[in-house]
Ligand binder design. Structure first.
Ligand code: PHE
Length: 491
């Protein structure tokens, strides 16, 4: 999870794509076409050349060269698992909401997933060359419109609305990504924030007001590792305009609030485990705070939970960058924000082994959670109904050498090949029948310099046994599409 990395390599030149787009627009808009005799007004678009459009949910959006939302994604918009009664994602949301109660925190669950690049990136200070903006990572509706990649896309608007001291925003988010049991191109996040206003707290003393609010929070006995100071000049800088005392108080309020949420989730997880298996022995809960980097918070932290022998990252958080409050027209406010992935928490809570299950309409899955939305104290763990056999198939291919890419618009030369394009083709063909895709071989021919890749696809339905013929059919189609769409040469 996360938007911390600035240096992730990717095979896309944003500048050249922007230029292509720009020239594309100039040619199509400036071309003078004859006045249409059917209409009264001169049009710059001739009959038969309508502007391409796409319908997402109830709204129609213009598209352009940036458009890369596949039909399978478009048709899943609107499922809203986070508000579907008795769905594990929705149950998880409700449990977290119970630790951030109204009216201090307002709860929003209906924000539309189509946002501007301004909301998703610019408002949060993402630099123009940030890898998160690339078409390889993000679904673009058109050059200035994306499917939100995180709930932080709504931060600025929520601060501008200024209608409460805090908020929670739960929503579906979209990222082009690998295929495996913990990654799915649509998932759910919850954004949370809490603010204080310099003009409203007694004597303008933010630190004191925040400490008074901390005193009102319960304590807990979970083991917390937090070895670093609240700020560090290089690794986790204090913002200009914030005093050390303010940042320290904000950090303490943020950490206590989020720790209390984790304690809640895990005590529910423990009860659920005991309800399912009375002999369950639990380990003491342990979490740690790690210094992090996000373009829109400073200082920043991630929270990790020690779970079944591993440290698991569950959320990103930090002190909100002051220029976001300034852009939102509330410069006297200061505060903290966090973002948490709901699937990961739900998988821990209910011991759900595969992220595709959340999208299942099978009663053997959904039926297990009946009644839980109305009684959050009666959670039970998921009991797998059956594991159908895996069916592994490999596909090996040559990428075009960079020099042979001229003309033809073929994209998969070695320089601009991106693995997420393979993932998407597999996903388009196989849908949720694909459990995971892994690269099993990669080499460059010593003489020709051509690069070869081999991917292993695991075809396994969650709901039934696939026949070998069915898997072959999927696999042949995947291979054909790799050739058609990426221009690779099968080996
Ligand atoms: N939006 C960040 C992500 O998706 C998480 C985050 C939210 C970090 C709010 C800091 C503050 O990775």
């Amino acid at each position: 999870m996360g938007y911390k990395s600035l240096a992730r390599p990717h095979g896309l030149s944003t500048a050249s794509e922007t230029l292509a787009l720009f020239t594309g627009l100039v040619t199509s808009n400036s071309r003078r076409l004859p006045v249409c005799s059917q209409c009264r007004y001169s049009s710059t678009r001739g009959p038969g050349r309508p502007q391409p459009k796409t319908k997402l949910g109830e709204t129609v959006y213009p598209t352009d060269e940036w458009h890369n939302v596949p039909p399978a994604i478009a048709s899943s918009i609107g499922r809203q698992l986070h508000i579907q009664k008795d769905h594990p994602i929705s149950i998880t949301r409700s449990i977290i909401e119970s630790k951030f109660p109204k009216p201090t925190y307002q709860h929003h669950n209906g924000f539309v997933p189509v946002v501007t690049t301004g909301q998703n990136f610019d408002s949060l200070g993402f630099p123009p060359d940030h890898p998160g903006r690339s078409k390889a990572d993000t679904y673009y509706v058109n050059a200035s419109t994306v499917l939100r990649t995180h709930t932080s896309a709504h931060q600025l608007d929520a601060f501008r609305a200024n209608s409460s001291e805090g908020f929670l925003i739960s929503a579906d988010v979209y990222r082009r990504d690998a295929i495996d049991r913990t990654h799915y191109p649509i998932f759910h996040q919850m954004e949370g924030a809490r603010v204080w206003d310099r003009k409203k707290v007694p004597h303008g003393n933010i630190a004191q007001a925040v400490w008074e609010d901390i005193a009102k929070l319960p304590t807990h006995s979970m083991i917390v590792e937090d070895p670093n100071p609240p700020t560090h000049p290089e690794r986790n800088p204090l913002q200009h305009g914030h005093s050390h005392d303010e940042a320290e108080a904000l950090a303490a309020h943020l950490k206590r609030s989020l720790e209390l949420m984790v304690v809640e989730i895990f005590s529910r997880a423990k009860d659920a485990a005991i309800a399912t298996n009375p002999k369950y022995v639990d380990e003491p809960l342990k979490v740690r705070w790690i210094e992090a980097f996000f373009p829109f918070t400073s200082p920043s932290w991630e929270l990790e939970i020690f779970w079944q022998g591993d440290w698991l990252e569950v959320l990103g958080s930090g002190v909100v960058k002051q220029d976001i409050f300034e852009k939102a027209g509330v410069p006297s406010q200061v505060g903290w924000a966090f973002g948490i992935g709901l699937e990961r928490i739900a998988m821990l809570l209910f011991e759900i082994p595969d992220i595709r299950l959340f999208w299942s309409q099978d009663e053997r899955f959904l039926g297990q959670f009946k009644g839980m939305s109305d009684d959050l104290h009666r959670l039970k763990r998921y009991v797998p109904f059956s594991k159908y056999p895996a069916c592994y198939k490999d596909v090996a291919f040559w990428l075009r050498s960079s020099s042979s890419s001229a003309g033809g618009g073929i994209r998969a030369n070695a320089a601009d090949f991106h693995e997420n394009d393979v993932m998407e083709i597999v996903r388009d063909v196989g849908g949720d029948v694909v459990e995971d895709v892994t690269k099993v071989d990669e080499f460059t021919h010593p003489k020709t310099g051509r690069k070869s890749l081999c991917y292993r696809i695991n075809y396994r339905s969650l709901e039934r046994t696939l026949t070998n013929e069915e898997a072959n059919e999927f696999h042949e189609k995947v291979s054909r599409e790799l050739v058609n769409k990426l221009g690779v040469e099968l080996r």
